[in-house]
Design a protein around this ligand. Structure first.
Ligand code: ZN
Ligand code: ZN
Length: 577
């Protein structure tokens, strides 16, 4: 249920606070309903609650059997009925959006059980170790209390995997492989981390023994599940492609776009052609500078690729990776201020920190923000280091994050991208928008902010534009790839041609993307969808404002509604409210 956002980890979150404006009549009643809904949502989704920092149901592991699905379906239907008793048109605009977010969540839950039936075909959705590892590593409560709750969960693990085996039939081979890999990957949490934690805890001896015994039984259950999966016959394996009917529905629920998947596909194809044309122009301009009188390739893909490969060699030394990222943040903020692009709250500076241990190996940069219940929590910009990397690996990574793209990365993740958006989202705090927030709006803003900085003249060199276009092309091709693979039978060969020859990616990056699209659906469209919808809205807003238009005004107004689908922000901005 948890929404995964950026490929670089982003945990969007908003401070928890209810209806700060004065509300009357229907809104007061609806605010009460929202409170009850959230309580019920957590009860129905204990693991999701834990991840969000709500710990009342930490001891519960729901056994994924027919009975719990029926109960879940009844729950969603009941709350959909209650929701419908609050007439939408009587609510204020902010509550109308919450109403629609809740409706979408409930309808999606019912559709998942009745129609999508992922519980039958995706064995990777069964995994208990992630939640347990989270409870072990996050110090939100005394270790002893966390271990007691973990023990209750562990005692349900055997029943949990029995239910999984009963539900699964003919899973796609690639999803079976993923399930095996991820369940194996989680075992050390139960075999080692729990044992270490129990030892250092102050639990009484008998509880220590019982917890370790429960962990050992859980390990046996997981190993049985892995063996059971390995023994499944390949003959009737389901196609890993979602297919158009399911894809279109999931796109509607998860992206909450104003476009259909087909319309988005068309927009992405147009954008790809535009970017390729522009890249060819920039590569043409740069040819003499880097290649002198060498004959220019006539094929535009070859021309672009050669120039990109050459420009990518401009990068920092591995030892300077972290410091160069840190130095860039104040420069970005200064540029945003000097060009009047967006108000940045000076009381909320971005805190850069070394990547914490549990993220080690990811490198790059990412934003982590406190959960909706963690009022005092801080937001951090985690920056990894390349210490200890083999020279070849570091070189290939630094070519990817060269002097140009590293700046775009910082714009996307930090300022004015994800970090700036989070600060705005926290200003209009609302628990519904924090929990049911829209991933495509969040990613779309970050992708839009890259273009906005380039338009403002951040670095007008042809090298920077070329690398920006390549970066933007990645989001565009994510969308083309996802829709093509899941609804149009795109082959792996065609996918690799799209990513490597036509989008100038490295072979390894493209291979990784193929793996990702084989085990996920729809999420890869969120980046370009949000970007495209924001640009469309900005055009309409410009037309509406005429001479009074300013980019700062647009950006601040856009961000003031919180992390809600762009289509609802469009209604509010263009509807004159
Ligand atoms: Zn992102
Ligand atoms: Zn190099």
């Amino acid at each position: 249920m948890k929404k995964s956002l950026c490929t670089l980890l982003v945990l969007p979150a908003t401070l928890f606070l209810f209806a700060q404006s004065v509300s009357f009549g229907p809104d007061v009643a609806f605010n009460d309903f929202k409170g009850r809904f959230i309580e019920a949502l957590w009860k129905a989704n204990p693991g999701w609650a834990t991840e969000n920092g709500y710990h009342k149901w930490d001891s519960v592991l729901t056994v994924p059997n027919e009975a719990s699905r029926t109960e879940r379906r009844q729950w969603a239907t009941r709350y959909l009925d209650s929701l419908n008793s609050y007439p939408l048109q009587h609510l204020d605009v902010a509550n109308q959006t919450d109403w629609k977010l809740i409706q979408n969540q409930l309808k999606s839950a019912i559709w998942s059980i009745d129609t999508k039936k992922e519980y039958q075909w995706n064995p990777a959705q069964y995994n208990v170790t992630g939640g347990i590892a989270y409870m072990l590593s996050e110090p939100y409560d005394k270790l002893e209390n966390r271990l007691r709750n973990i023990r209750f969960k562990l005692e349900k693990v055997a029943a949990y995997y029995d239910a999984a085996k009963a539900a699964i039939s003919n899973p796609a081979t690639v999803l079976k492989g993923l399930a095996i890999q991820q369940n194996e990957g989680g075992l050390p949490a139960l075999q080692k981390d729990i044992v270490d934690s129990v030892k250092k805890s102050g639990l009484p001896q008998n509880e220590k023994k019982a917890t370790l015994a429960a962990a050992a039984e859980a390990v046996t259950a997981i190993n049985d599940y892995i063996e059971w999966l390995k023994a499944l016959p390949e003959t009737d394996a389901r196609n890993f492609r979602l297919g158009k009917p399911l894809y279109d529905a999931e796109f509607t629920y998860d992206i909450e776009s104003s476009l259909t998947a087909d319309e988005l596909y068309k927009a992405a194809t147009d954008r790809k052609e535009y970017l390729t044309t522009e890249m060819a122009k920039k590569a043409d301009t740069l040819w003499r500078k880097y290649f002198g009188n060498t004959t220019k390739p006539t094929d535009r893909y070859t021309l672009i690729r050669k120039v990109i490969d050459t420009v990518s060699a401009t990068h920092v030394k591995p030892a300077d990776f972290r410091s160069s990222i840190e130095k860039q943040i104040p420069k970005l903020a200064a540029f945003v201020r000097s060009k009047n692009l967006l108000y940045l709250d000076p009381s909320k500076p971005l805190k850069v920190r070394d990547e914490p241990g549990y993220m080690a190996g990811v490198a790059g940069a990412s934003v982590s923000a406190p959960g909706p219940y963690d009022k005092g929590g801080k937001t951090y910009y985690n920056v990894g280091s390349l210490d200890g990397w083999a020279p070849q690996r570091a070189e290939s990574y630094l070519r990817e994050y060269n002097d140009y793209t590293m700046q775009i990365l910082n714009i996307h993740e930090a300022i004015p991208g994800h970090y700036a958006q989070l600060v705005y989202a926290n200003k209009s705090p609302d628990i519904i928008k924090a929990i049911l927030g829209n991933g495509s709006m969040i990613e779309g803003w970050a992708v839009y902010s890259e273009l906005m900085m380039m338009e403002a003249g951040y670095d007008p060199s042809p090298e920077m534009w070329l690398m920006y276009y390549k970066w933007n092309l990645r989001s565009v091709c994510n969308t083309i790839l996802d829709i093509s693979v899941h609804t149009r039978d795109m082959t792996k060969e065609a996918a690799m041609d799209l990513l490597v020859r036509q989008a100038f990616q490295q072979q390894a990056e493209a291979e990784g993307k193929w793996k990702r699209v084989s085990v996920s659906h729809v999420q890869l469209t969120s980046y370009f969808n949000g970007f495209y919808e924001i640009l469309r809205l900005r055009d309409a807003w410009k037309a509406k404002m005429g001479a009074a238009y300013s980019v700062k005004d647009f950006n601040e107004k856009f961000l003031s509604y919180g992390s809600v689908p762009v289509k609802y922000i469009s209604e509010m901005m263009l509807g004159g409210k």
